[in-house]
Design a protein around this ligand. Structure first.
Ligand SMILES: Cc1cc2nc3c(=O)[nH]c(=O)nc-3n(C[C@H](O)[C@H](O)[C@H](O)COP(=O)(O)OP(=O)(O)OC[C@H]3O[C@@H](n4cnc5c(N)ncnc54)[C@H](O)[C@@H]3O)c2cc1C
Length: 227
């Protein structure tokens, strides 16, 4: 069969203040159930408690047989989050990442993420323009270094040191259901930073829609660690 080439269509992916589900690799509940049933070749369903996918996965979760959850994965295109957030997110070693490069991408028009504690004084906004001083210093540094003979990429990679940690970034993140569960438990948690906690809650809400069985024991209404 002849391979077909597709031009990249950026529509719908160049703007946004939140995150969206970019891709789901496979049926996120069915494949773990298939993997689990394969272990004992238990294709018959004599027990009503485990006959459904929800019931089967409830039993899997109660036995902490988490490896079967590794058979399905989801990818998110995350926008409208800060570099502070992704600095913490990328510590989770079982997720995979592709993040916007501040060396290649011009940051003059970047936005800043307003953390939850400061939103009220910003009229409820979650994003705003970068502080004027940071933009001015960034632009001036790029121009000065290029005038000194540095290439644009080299000038940007030095000038980015001026940018605040709240600068918006964009990241594509892929993980299997087990890895998502573990990361969300740690980040949608009362001990976690407010922005990543909020992010973890949104993520859990989306994952509960994608894989209701795999996340049935995780409540998305209250952060973990509170009780
Ligand atoms: C509230 C909070 C505060 C934090 N504060 C800080 C801080 O001040 N400074 C700081 O540096 N970090 C901090 N962290 C990050 C934290 O230390 C972890 O790096 C991060 O939460 C990733 O979790 P993890 O290491 O458990 O596992 P992940 O990388 O998410 O891996 C999941 C699990 O896989 C297993 N695993 C993965 N890799 C290995 C390995 N090499 N060897 C053995 N087992 C492995 C472990 O069981 C691990 O729990 C903080 C995290 C949280 C949630």
């Amino acid at each position: 069969m002849e391979a077909t080439d597709h031009e990249y269509d950026p529509s719908g992916f160049d703007e946004g203040d939140g995150f969206r589900n970019l891709d789901i690799t496979n049926d996120c509940d069915s494949v773990p159930v298939f993997g689990g049933r394969n272990c004992y070749q238990s294709w018959g369903k004599p027990n009503p408690a485990t006959a459904t996918e929800m019931g089967y996965l409830k039993n899997i979760l109660s036995h902490e047989h988490y490896s079967v959850l590794e058979h399905s994965s989801a990818t998110f295109y995350v926008t409208g989050v800060s570099r502070n957030l992704t600095h913490e997110l990328i510590r989770h070693r079982h997720l995979s990442y592709s993040e916007l490069s501040q060396r290649y991408v011009d940051m003059e028009n970047a936005r800043i993420v307003i953390p939850p504690a400061l939103r009220q004084e910003h009229g409820g906004e979650v994003m705003g323009p970068l502080p004027w001083g940071a933009v001015r210093d960034y632009e001036a540094t790029v121009r000065r270094l290029m005038a000194q003979g540095l290439k644009r990429k080299q000038a940007r990679e030095a000038a980015r040191y001026i940018l605040p940690g709240g600068t918006e970034t964009r990241i594509v993140v892929t993980g299997n259901m087990r890895a998502w569960r573990d990361s969300i438990y740690k980040r949608f948690n009362v001990s976690a930073d407010a922005e990543i906690r909020e992010f973890g809650g949104s993520l859990l809400t989306q994952l509960k829609e994608i894989a209701p069985g795999c996340f049935q024991d995780m409540d998305n209404t209250e952060p973990f660690g509170g009780k």
